[in-house]
Design a protein around this ligand. Sequence first.
Ligand code: C5P
Length: 225
Amino acid sequence: MVPIVTIDGPSGSGKGTIAHLLADHFGLHCLDSGALYRLLGLAAERARLTPSMVNELVEIASTMKVVFRPGSVLLDDEDVTLAIRTERAGNAASRVAAVPEVRSALLQWQRNYAREPGLVADGRDMGTVVFPEAGVKIYLTASPEERAKRRYNQLKEKGLDANLRDLVAEIRERDDRDSNRSVAPLLPAPDAFVLESTALSISEVLEQVIGNVSRVYPQLVKPEA
Ligand code: C5P
């Protein structure tokens, strides 16, 4: 089995940033499972599907053509890099993600990412459902206000419109939906290392996570030059 590191946590906890930096540091593949749900949420909205239209959602989940490129993502040949990052797409994602049949349809697709030399996977259920055998499981969290602030800065950087008060409300709403759904709710795996990052910088979080991964997977540590 290849080395697998899972990073789960609520919206805006910094999972994506840490996952990419960690994958770069160790030269591993990176799976942004949230992007997959966002793509499906966007495709479902465009097809005017509601979460109760299960068969149609599963059909889209199984047939949508997704291409991840460095820095961009294509859905059925259209560049949707920015479109999937809006709060609207995040909410659409969290609605389709609550449908158990949709989650099953995406399971194997996600597991196929576990390839040599190893994988860093970020999402909500990477350590609990998709990769329960992962050697390192991180659960990254921060207060809703701090997460809203981080999301606000991220959106502004991308030139997207954002309002801090609305973001706090949307983050709370999404936390609530993700935590209370019946299938794969947002929860730390029992064997996860829970990292509260409200008062930590990105480099402090990264340092702790690199330490964990190096202890469990010493083969990934490159000898000092
Ligand atoms: O992580 P991100 O904010 O991009 O995820 C968007 C939404 O997709 C989440 O709010 C959640 O509902 C859903 N999701 C999920 N399981 C994952 C990743 C994302 O349910 N593994």
